[in-house]
Design a protein around this ligand. Sequence first.
Ligand code: ATP
Length: 643
Amino acid sequence: MARRGIRGHGLVGPDKPELPARPGTFRRIVSIFKPYRGQVGLVVLLILVISGLGLINPLLIKVVFSNVILADGPADERMTLLIWVTLAMIASPIVGGLLGLWQTYTNNIVGQSVMQDLRNALYAHLQNMPLKFFTSTRTGEIQSRLSNDVEGVQDVLTNTASSILSNITVVISTVIAMFILSPELTFLSLGILPFFMLLSRKVGRIRREVSGKRQESLADLTAIMQETLSVSGILLSKAFGRQSYEIERFRKENRKLSQLEVRRTMVGRGFFALVQIFFSITPAFVYLVAGWLLLRGRFEGGASDLAGTIVAFTTLQSRLFFPMGQLLNVQVEIQSGLALFDRIFEYLDLERDIVDKDGAIELQPEEVRGEVHLRDVWFQYERPITTEGEEQRLWTIGGVDFTATPGELVALVGPSGAGKTTLTYLIPRLYDVIRGSIEIDGIDVRDIRLESLGEIIGMVTQETYLFNQTIRNNLKYGNPDANDEQLEAAARAAYIYDRIMEMPDGFDTVVGERGYKLSGGEKQRLAIARVILKDPQVLILDEATSALDTISERLVQRALTPLMQGRTTIAIAHRLSTILAADKILYVEKGRIIERGSHVELLERDGAYAALYHEQFSDGKVESRCEDGLVLASGEVVAEEAV
Ligand code: ATP
């Protein structure tokens, strides 16, 4: 299947909408309705009955004119007939109206259920998309597909399908009735229709194109709002004095959206106006031709019959206007709807390359030891560049080998951009290795069920993410079953308990958007408490103490020490003070481990690690600066001149 480019992420082809309907789109839409076959059947039945009922009155009008008003029979008989006809004329719209309500209700239930299914499917699919999709797609674009696009198909789902059917039945039954009344007048009234059908195809295509562009523009606008009205976005724009620039950017996109919206509406309305004019002027022709037929003596019945026929005919004809107009417009509506469905299906079709294998292993957390083994691991983010038929790979990680056993602390150090974070991302399969393998307790991580893998690994990432909920809920994300004592113990262990208690609502304090109401260090300590509650077998700490001052760092360090016991810990650190006691220190540079050993061994080796150490600790004496002077590696604080 051809695939359209997706704005903002480089996974697939160019960013150019492909307009012709994909052959599968329509069939897929039909298949979404499958679970609701029963209700759809009921709607079809109701539509047939309602359109049948709609025919009764125009035909009864002919009876009123030809058999009552203009007839010559006995007055009593004509009166009785008139009463019966009138009763039937009152009853049929009432019954039709009630059935119409029932049909609309059932219709809406089906439409809304289908939309719910679509949203659920899309959300579940996105939840399982690999991290690389999110790092290369704008969040606003994703949100827009989930909300705006699904919202946009509501009309197609709740109205269009049933209105097509109801319009078709009305049109067919009316045309048959018209034909029975007068074939000549029927041909006269409908002769021009094929022209409208051709026109509607063309208009539909234009409308689909405009609709696609409108949704893209809406997604752009959503992305701008999402990026610039988030706390980080607003902080950036204020700090750089770029508000006017952002306002102008928003205005420009907003203007584009409005213009597209006007174009979309006008394309549809213009066409509808043409249809309206056509249907308004045809009765005039009917009177002209009917009169001509009568005056030329070509009408077989008498004048009374003709009068009844003309009134019934024009009533039927006016009954045609709406359904016919809508049917001609349906092309246009459907094409717009298809553009949205294409966008939804495009996301549903995105491949998930990191998925569970058939028969993937479900780990029993209590049986997992947590030994992590990286065997000759190679990885890169970007696709290989092909030059002169040769594949050029720019490896982010190249040939990394190491083992981390339970109870062991393995530290990754090295310059920024060396690939340390990337290495840790490969263990929970946020990305898959390209060559080599990663094993936990001897099982390749690709053979383990993803959820099961997630359960045994705990991460404290560089950037702490908190939901805008209470501290309690944020902590419980690590363990939904945790009770209050466990929460308190975890908070104490992460040295955040006292700070939580100082807050107005304690554990029930809401942390604000992404935790902005907390300081960086507080957020980090909450993240540590969250992982303490999770109690994973493998612990990954990416600069877990980077946002802490020296004192808090030491406190958290103290909290982490018991946490590391009995589990495998892989810690990334720029500040070597946090990993001096590591069992193994791996010095990573350009994706490769160039030195490994304990702190003492690496110092003796006097290589890259030793250089980094001396740089940070001023020949091993100074750990860091603080208000009172310098903190020595021994923990002692001395005046600066003393060193
Ligand atoms: P730091 O210590 O600064 O956090 P790091 O050693 O953890 O650095 P990584 O974050 O693993 O380094 O990045 C390794 C390399 O991969 C860098 O050159 C970075 O630019 C690149 N990189 C990271 N994430 C992506 C991504 N999603 N797509 C493409 N390249 C990436």
